[in-house]
Design a protein around this ligand. Structure first.
Ligand code: MLT
Length: 234
């Protein structure tokens, strides 16, 4: 039976063997949610980048550039990292280069895996269906916040781990068991629970808390963005 493991922070990934496994990268607030939104609105592919400098280099190649640091849009880029930034018609049929504080870093921390999928609450069931169909050992990597644990990605990990476990995956690691238990505690009012998180409070201070309600929606998309050779595609 395939195994599920959960990793609470990119800084812990070095302790796991990724070879032959699938990694699901989750940065629910907001990078992986916004990536799903971008695909739903016609982006052709996404190049996730570690640094602002690398991202700027995509401008002359007619990429839309996007990024944030500490939740704030990077000056000079066309878009920040809000899901609402990727609902404009101007992104249709264009490629996107993006750098974010945690999400794109987590993707780069996963490069040794056989498959890298982009997960968020907005495509939770689609990710679960794909993992169940493929039956590979799976690591759920929480992007966290600057290598620290965060609530929102852990809740996503718990929700996904529960779906996989209920359909026959083995779940023996303490991190998945704890994440699933936390999800059960929170699931009746996920948004209220998430609003206690440090990142949600950061959003409130910045006046962008409408993003939280958007990112907490379940299963509005039925595709799984996948990282292949430097690009995310659907
Ligand atoms: C990140 O990648 O760090 C996050 O998505 C931050 C954000 O909310 O923009």
């Amino acid at each position: 039976m395939p195994q599920i493991e959960t990793v609470y922070s990119p800084s812990l990934i070095e302790h796991y063997s990724l070879g032959g496994k699938t990694v699901v990268v989750a940065d629910v607030l907001r990078a992986t949610t916004s990536m799903c939104v971008a695909f739903a609105h016609g982006i052709t592919h996404i190049v996730p980048l570690v640094s602002i400098y690398e991202t700027i280099l995509y401008k002359p190649q007619n990429y839309i550039t996007a990024g944030e640091r500490n939740g704030q849009k990077v000056e000079g880029f066309e878009k920040g990292n809000s899901p609402f930034d990727f609902m404009d018609h101007d992104i249709k049929d264009k490629p996107l280069a993006i750098t974010t504080t945690n999400g794109t870093q987590a993707i780069h921390a996963s490069l040794a895996a056989a498959n890298i999928y982009i997960g968020a609450f907005v495509n939770l069931q689609a990710v679960a269906n794909k993992l169940l169909a493929e039956g590979q050992d799976t690591i759920i990597l929480c992007a966290g916040w600057k290598n620290k644990f965060n609530l929102e990605d852990t809740l996503f990990a718990g929700a996904l781990a529960g779906l996989l476990y209920n359909s026959g995956f083995e779940m023996n690691d303490d991190a998945s068991i704890a994440a699933e238990a936390l999800y059960h505690t929170a699931q009746n009012d996920l948004t209220a629970f998430i609003k206690k998180s440090a990142h949600a409070q950061r959003f409130e201070r910045m006046g962008i808390d409408r993003d939280i309600d958007f990112c907490m929606q379940l299963d509005i998309y039925d595709f799984v963005p996948t990282y292949v050779d430097g690009k995310i595609v659907i």
